[in-house]
Design a protein around this ligand. Structure first.
Ligand code: MRU
Length: 341
């Protein structure tokens, strides 16, 4: 399985997801500012993966911090990493976890603080892989056998520390003996489906077929798709799901065609402080992602552009939310609270 992010020789090493599938190149970040830039520029992306990157960024920052005003430096490191991308709550969850640990280490020698923060970041990475495997175990029985799974964006090993959430469900279903294949929406404008999901599934020998986003309705109507499984960037208390732009229309089309629409996400993606998806901040990305394809313009110069990176799927379209603690179903206010413990 592909190594998305690792801690090696006091540096953060990540596969460069802006280069895939053409080039399998690894980037080494030696400062927290470089980690922040890698998150902002989508060298690493996917909610759980950017959480792991942020935690490692905090550890890296403290590794290079001095004794003088350590608290001030720590706050700057955390703020810099938190300002990278607004939607995926896993980023803030991971930074908060590092902050909570730091808060307990007052009075410890700097070397000890550094060691504990590095340990915690590595633990977050390890836990993420275990969490994805648990999501897979809970989700596999829901996947219809001898059918196709439709997915949107990349919620695979590349979007996590390993194994994946939505693709973790696919992997676990196959490991349990089911004969399934995957249809991947290309996922305009950043093409995570075409570039990353198809590449990742090919690495594992899982049959994958690429479709454009506009073909989803056609195939959902065809009877071939057994279920849709997607990941999430933030899930509100009422079960509204923010995920990659284009997820909402897939959910509506799935409902229209009586195809179950599943969301696979760790508990760290829940934001139970938000009553509904209307309160989820939606990242706006640069216009060039829409007007250009691989550096080539596909629209007239000066074209007005909107580029929201995520949309919110209302909970009524979500058949179930698959977490490491079990499967939540409507009414989500109750079921998510129970699973979150
Ligand atoms: O903009 P991205 O590529 O970071 O968006 C990623 C997604 O929307 C994923 O579906 C989501 O983060 C879940 S990843 C397990």
């Amino acid at each position: 399985m592909v190594e998305t992010i690792q801690w090696t020789d006091n540096a953060v090493v990540m596969i460069d997801q802006t280069r895939l599938p053409l080039e399998e190149k690894y980037v080494t970040c030696r400062t927290y500012e470089e980690v922040a830039e890698a998150i902002r520029g989508m060298t690493i992306r996917g909610a759980p993966a950017i959480g792991v990157a942020a935690a490692m960024g905090v550890a890296l920052g403290v590794l290079h911090a001095s004794e003088r005003d350590l608290d001030g430096q720590f706050a700057t490191i955390c703020e810099t990493l938190a300002r990278t991308r607004p939607t995926a709550v896993n980023l803030f969850w991971a930074i908060d976890r590092m902050k909570r640990l730091y808060g307990t280490l007052g009075g410890h020698p700097l070397a000890g603080i550094r060691r504990r923060l590095v340990q915690e970041a590595l633990l977050i990475r390890e836990e993420d892989i275990a969490v994805c495997r648990a999501i897979g175990r809970h989700g596999a029985p829901l996947v219809p056998d001898h059918k196709t799974v439709l997915t949107h964006c990349n919620a695979g090993a590349l979007a996590t520390a390993g194994y994946g959430t939505a693709l973790g469900v696919v992997r676990a279903a196959i490991e349990s003996g089911k004969k399934i294949d995957v249809f991947a929406d290309e996922t305009r404008p950043f093409l995570q489906g075409a570039r990353l999901t198809v590449w990742e599934l090919q690495q594992d020998g899982i049959p994958a077929t690429l479709i454009t986003d506009s073909m989803a309705g056609h195939f959902l109507h065809s009877g071939r798709i057994g279920c849709v499984v997607v990941g999430a960037d933030r899930i509100a208390a009422n079960g509204d799901v923010a995920n990659k732009i284009g997820t909402y229309p897939v959910a509506v089309l799935a409902r229209e065609n009586q195809v179950p629409f599943f969301v696979a996400a760790p508990i760290s993606t829940l934001d139970l402080t938000l009553a509904s998806g209307d309160q989820i901040p939606i990242e706006q990305r640069p216009a060039a992602e829409v007007t250009n394809l691989f550096g080539h313009p596909v629209a007239p110069a000066g074209t007005a552009v909107q580029n929201p990176a995520f949309d919110v799927t209302p909970a009524r379209y979500v058949s179930a939310i698959i977490t490491e603690n079990g499967v939540a179903r409507a009414p989500y206010e109750d079921s998510l609270k129970k699973l979150a413990g």
